[in-house]
Design a protein around this ligand. Structure first.
Ligand code: CP
Length: 305
């Protein structure tokens, strides 16, 4: 039985196979419409979500399976004090596979250790968000045609943004990927990402504060929201929340084929006027999230060809 806690749980070969499967699902949805007949997905979300939970549910429904679960800790027995370990033992009696989101780092790992069914980490605190990373990789590979030989700018809250941490971990395994880390001083990537992931693997990266200084060299710009829910202090959040706003004017500094990605939800960091720019790919990215989650469910259930 396999779980998915981090994008590194999949080898590069397995990842390529999964992305190939997701591309095939996009092209031939009918072929997969009954692949999970009789199977059930549980979505256990202790933290708010729109995309991750609903795209997991859409993925299982598209495969012919069914879904059950809860969308907040308040509506589950966690509110009565039940542990994640006990909850997953019970969910194992009701479902064939489970996606879990929790505000505490490591909660999905704890669940996987007690689970009798495959567990997917759908976001654990400020730590990892591996299925967002699978979505990001599928989007980049499909729209740019490659995952190697790219310069990617990661902009915004690089400290608390778990999608950023997962994406860096995944992309360093490809050749000639350069990172431009764009953030205010207080929201720089955690030390372990800089030292243990980037420097330890001799990955080329630079840290800059001004988005304008980075734009012209980027093949992909990955914008992120300032993670209000992870701040201890409202004043700091208010001061930093609008630090970056991607506008039409700033887009003029970018390459003609630069992709703009964002895991969403967006707050103010991308002006709505950018949505009509053909380089804005964040809504397509949300669509790719369904195909890649379909591929992941099939893979973890041992139903992929
Ligand atoms: N990208 C993402 O995780 O969105 P949700 O929080 O809406 O699931």
């Amino acid at each position: 039985m396999r779980h998915l806690m981090s994008p590194l749980d999949l080898s590069v070969e397995e990842l390529d196979k999964l992305l190939d499967l997701a591309n095939d699902i996009e092209k031939n949805p009918d072929k997969y419409a009954h692949a999970c007949d009789g199977k059930k997905l549980a979505t256990c979300f202790y933290e708010p979500s729109t995309r991750t939970r609903l795209s997991f549910e859409a993925a299982m429904l598209n495969l012919g399976g069914s879904v059950l679960g809860f969308a907040s800790a308040d509506s589950s027995s966690a509110s009565k004090g039940e542990s994640v370990s006990d909850t997953i033992r019970v969910i194992s009696c009701y479902a064939d596979i489970c996606a879990i989101r929790h505000p505490k780092e490591g909660a999905a790992l704890v669940a996987s250790q007690k689970s009798l069914i495959p567990v997917i980490n759908a976001g654990d605190g400020g730590h990892q968000h591996p299925t967002q990373t699978l979505t990001d990789l599928l989007t980049i590979r499909t729209l740019k045609g490659r995952l190697s030989d790219i310069t990617i700018g990661l902009c915004g809250d690089l400290k608390f943004g778990r999608t950023v941490h997962s994406l860096i971990n995944a992309l360093i395994r490809y050749k000639n990927v350069k990172f431009v880390l764009i953030s205010p001083e207080e929201l720089r990537v955690p030390d372990y990402i800089r030292e243990d992931v980037l420097r330890a693997n001799n990955v080329e990266f630079e840290e800059v504060e001004r988005l304008e200084d980075a734009m012209s060299k980027l093949d992909v710009l990955y914008m992120t929201r300032v993670q209000k829910e992870r701040f201890f202090n409202e004043e700091d959040y208010v001061r930093l929340k609008d630090y970056y706003v991607l506008t039409k004017e700033k887009m003029q500094l970018a390459k003609e084929d630069m992709l703009v990605l964002h895991p969403l939800p967006r707050v103010n960091e991308i002006s709505v006027e950018v949505d009509d720019d053909p380089r804005a790919a964040y809504f397509k990215q949300a669509q790719y999230g369904v195909y890649v989650r379909m591929a992941l469910i099939l893979t973890l259930l041992g139903l992929a060809e």
